[in-house]
Design a protein around this ligand. Structure first.
Ligand code: SF4
Ligand code: SF4
Length: 201
């Protein structure tokens, strides 16, 4: 049986004869391309060219290190809030002013969904979203990042930390000002800050 193609539905504009040649549409497309040739290009030849992302980008979560030591006080909030249970940690005691540290801290990158909730709840700015986005693993075991692989020196995370501080102030209105001393949570560390102990953080 022959297939009948229905005419355009009522109300739909009929193409003029010169529009049906499609040349105007082709010329208009070529004109647009020519117009864009000398404008700023957004295409990046990845992976030969690196993509530089702003501090608001959420890449892989990392632990903030200061002089090679993690800032983390092993409170467990990040592991508790993580929706896909990607974080595993075990707390232990230390003689340092912060009193507790994570003896084990692991993030399963196959589970992580880069939501940033761990960063949001951390009271110590000890876990932040880094700009790193291109990482690969060849086995499930390799996707579990241990503490040693997660630690990144604070100076390398400054853009993100500054952006976080800028974003936090407006959350609480004009009367709130984010201070690094807000992050000193252990009783011992607070008393040392009061006594002018500058080395705590
Ligand atoms: S970014 Fe989200 S999913 Fe990934 S470790 Fe943090 S809380 Fe879990
Ligand atoms: S929320 Fe912050 S301080 Fe608490 S365990 Fe996680 S990284 Fe450490």
């Amino acid at each position: 049986m022959a297939i009948r193609i229905k005419a355009a539905p009522p109300g739909e504009r009929k193409l003029k004869w010169w529009e049906r040649l499609y040349f105007p549409a082709i010329l208009s497309g070529l004109g647009y391309t020519l117009g864009r040739i000398f404008k700023r290009k957004f295409t990046v030849q990845y992976p030969e060219e690196p993509i530089i992302l702003g501090p608001e980008f959420r890449g892989r979560p990392v632990l903030v290190a200061e002089n090679g030591k993690e800032r983390c006080v092993a409170c467990g909030l990040c592991a508790r809030v993580c929706p896909p249970f990607a974080i595993h940690m075990q707390a232990a005691e230390t003689e340092d002013p912060k009193e507790r540290y994570p003896a084990v801290f692991e993030i399963n990158m196959l589970r992580c969904i880069y939501c940033g909730l761990c960063e949001e709840v951390c009271p110590e700015e000890a876990i932040v979203m880094s700009p790193e986005y291109d990482f690969v693993f060849r086995s499930r075991e390799a996707a579990i990042y241990t503490k040693e692989r997660l630690l990144v020196e604070r100076k390398d995370l400054e853009p993100r930390l500054k952006w976080l501080a800028k974003m936090r102030n407006p959350q609480f209105g004009k009367r709130y000002r984010f201070r690094i001393t807000n992050n000193v949570h252990s009783v011992k560390a607070r008393s040392m800050v009061k006594e002018g102990y500058e080395e705590v953080y």
